[in-house]
Design a protein around this ligand. Structure first.
Ligand code: M6R
Length: 613
């Protein structure tokens, strides 16, 4: 939610800021803006535009201010409609400072009234302009650093800021509380961004800000201090080795389709990283001390949002069956308000691509506070949830840019499968022979995924037939009930058509009333324990004239006869089937979105990283 960038150094700031915003646009695209110091006149130059970054870029064409310092923002609207006035950067009334912000200032209304009583006039509906003016107010009698500190101490909520002053052109001030912000450390230049993707083409040396820390960033130095005590904080840089080409489209029309096709490779990497020389499952980030604690665990909660929640649901089935532990999957926004009864025997697994999702972060903090052990399954290395959880395992999917999650999901499923086997190994609930067999099955997945994706042309043909529909139903059972939910989520988020995922066994308890000759039902029916039951559900839909697209196992003649269309996965262990069955659904949603000319990578109203609750 909102991407922020900053630069200070000896290069021209505007191209670096725009480049950074391009990489962060997936975080929000309601408006964009930059502020930099006008080199010659030591005044602020602010340009902002409603809509996507492309419009800002048009405005900036031909400008070269020789500015060596600046800040930028791409917005996902919280307070105030998407408009030019509400776009960041915001300035204080004097116009001396400019500020970009990601997050929510909860007490902004009270502060706004206070400032209005002092005669400050506001030009936007945002909470951000209040912060800019509060800093401006203290700036009358204090240095920028002190004015910033005094102002932020009065703010309630969760936010990250970067501030620039025309009067102190040799520094930027940065701050974070719960919302992400990191610094890229260069030679004679420093970079700031909401996540590492904009930084990696300039430097691999990253500093992650911790909560309630602010930093004074100059060309040659970064000084971090605690907001409360002003004490200097020492923080080592972290080396990030993500391949930057993974954050490029690489010849594909959209990130989403590129990321769909990266899945075989992502699975291969996930598998290689999880097996040691003796062929046992291992996690490089889990210490022997951690293993001891994991052995004692009695209950598991899998907590996550959106697509990651669907991964959690699959994990729930996996862990119950193989690690023989009672497990429960919950959405983060519900978990923390359920007042869960937790103690040290409970393991709370947080699943998140970004590692920054506000609801999941809050759930993790709640779980920790109640004494449970927390383990994060995260893609973004060094993200807040990865750093704050008691233990972390990475999914190694590489940067995912498309707002609709694809490769991060299958990487989560693979990681949860390994985590399940790891727990089963620790608890002795799996025999060596069985473990070996399961690992051999896992090893087949990359090739199997490649085979499934080869059906792209056939799936496109099917999507061409169905793209005008406004109503889709997805059903599944057991391990593939979450796949039905995920297929429906994928479709609705990028096509804006209504799609509903349902447990197939529940059809007769209500939804079957929807079925007529116009209703298309996508049925998950790979070979499994519930295969026969699933076939009965399909028969029931056929009997009522419903149209059927089935996702089944190769060579299934019975299913072929029952379905209007069929897409297949190679034979695999039931527990791993969701890793394959989701692939045709991703392609189907993508193709339908393209036929409908939707903005696939940046669907309306969404943002990649949801850092507000
Ligand atoms: O970064 P996270 O995995 O925590 O994000 C969770 C959800 O916001 C995310 O999966 C969302 O549902 C995706 N847009 C789905 O494609």
């Amino acid at each position: 939610m909102c991407g922020i960038v900053g630069y200070i150094g000896s290069r021209s700031a505007i191209p670096i800021l725009v480049n950074g915003l391009e990489r962060l646009e997936y975080r929000g695209y309601d408006s964009a803006g930059i502020a930099c110091l006008n080199g010659q006149r030591e005044s602020l130059f602010v340009v902002k535009e409603q809509g996507k970054l492309a419009r800002l870029k048009e405005q900036l064409q031909g400008f070269d201010l020789h500015s060596r310092i600046g800040i930028g923002h791409t917005r996902w609207a919280t307070h105030g409609v998407p408009s030019r006035d509400n776009a960041h950067p915001h300035q204080d009334a004097s116009g001396r400072i400019a500020l970009v912000h990601n997050g929510i200032i909860e007490n902004y209304a009270v502060l706004k009234k206070e400032l209005q009583r002092k005669g400050v006039k506001f030009h936007s509906e945002t909470d951000t302009e209040v912060a800019a003016n509060l800093i401006g107010h203290y700036y009358k009698n204090h240095s920028l650093e002190e004015a910033f500190r005094k102002a932020v101490l009065r703010l309630e909520g969760f936010f990250a800021f970067v501030v620039l002053s025309a009067e102190e052109p040799e520094k930027l001030i940065v701050f974070r509380r719960s919302n992400p912000l990191c610094l890229g450390i260069g030679e004679g230049e420093n970079f700031i961004a909401s996540d590492v993707t904009p930084l990696l083409e300039y430097t691999r040396r990253i500093i992650y800000l911790e909560d309630d820390e602010y930093g004074v960033v100059s060309r040659d130095k970064v000084v971090l201090r605690s907001l409360k005590t002003r004490k200097t904080v020492k923080r080592a840089t972290v080396h990030i080795d993500w391949d930057i080409s993974q954050a490029e489209k690489g010849g594909y029309p959209h990130f989403m389709i590129k990321e769909i096709h990266e899945q075989p490779q992502v699975l291969s990497a996930a598998i290689q990283k999880r097996l040691n020389r003796r062929g046992n499952v291992y996690f490089d980030t889990l210490s022997p001390g951690m293993d001891k604690k994991l052995k004692r665990i009695k209950n598991i909660y899998l907590v996550s949002c959106g697509t990651a929640y669907h991964a959690g649901m699959v994990g729930n089935y996996m862990m119950g069956k193989y690690a023989r532990l009672p497990a429960e999957a919950t959405v983060s926004s519900e978990f923390r308000y359920e007042d869960p009864i937790l103690n040290k025997d409970d393991l709370v697994i947080l699943i998140t691509q970004s590692g920054e999702t506000a609801d999941t972060l809050a759930a993790m903090r709640e779980a920790k506070q109640k004494g449970a052990m927390t383990l994060a399954v995260v893609n973004v290395v060094g993200s807040t949830i990865a750093r704050e959880s008691d233990a972390v395992v990475y999914t190694h999917a590489g940067p995912e840019i498309g707002v609709a999650s694809t490769k991060a999901y299958t990487a989560q499923l693979a990681t949860l499968a390994f985590l399940t086997l790891y727990l089963a190994q620790l608890k002795g609930t799996i025999t060596k022979k069985e473990l070996k067999r399961m690992i051999a099955e896992l090893r087949k997945l990359p090739a199997a995924a490649r085979k499934v994706l080869k059906q792209e042309a056939a799936i496109e043909k099917s999507a061409r037939q169905h793209y005008h529909r406004r109503n889709f139903l997805y059903i599944g059972r057991g391990y593939n009930f979450p796949t039905a939910l995920e297929g429906a989520l994928k479709l609705k988020e990028i096509t804006y058509a209504h799609a509903h995922g349902y447990a197939a066994g529940e059809m007769k308890h209500g939804p079957i009333a929807l079925i007529d000759h116009e209703q298309l039902v996508i049925c998950m029916a790979p070979r499994s324990r519930t295969y026969e039951k699933m076939l009965s559900n399909i028969e029931e839909i056929r009997a009522r004239d419903g149209m059927i697209i089935a996702i089944g196992t190769e060579g299934d003649k019975r299913l072929e006869k029952l379905a209007d269309e069929i897409f297949c996965i190679p034979k695999t262990e039931e527990v791993f089937s969701p890793i394959l069955t989701v692939l045709p659904l991703q392609l189907f949603a993508y193709k339908i979105a393209v036929f409908n000319k939707r903005d696939v990578d940046q669907p309306r109203n969404l943002a990649k990283s949801v850092t507000v609750e």
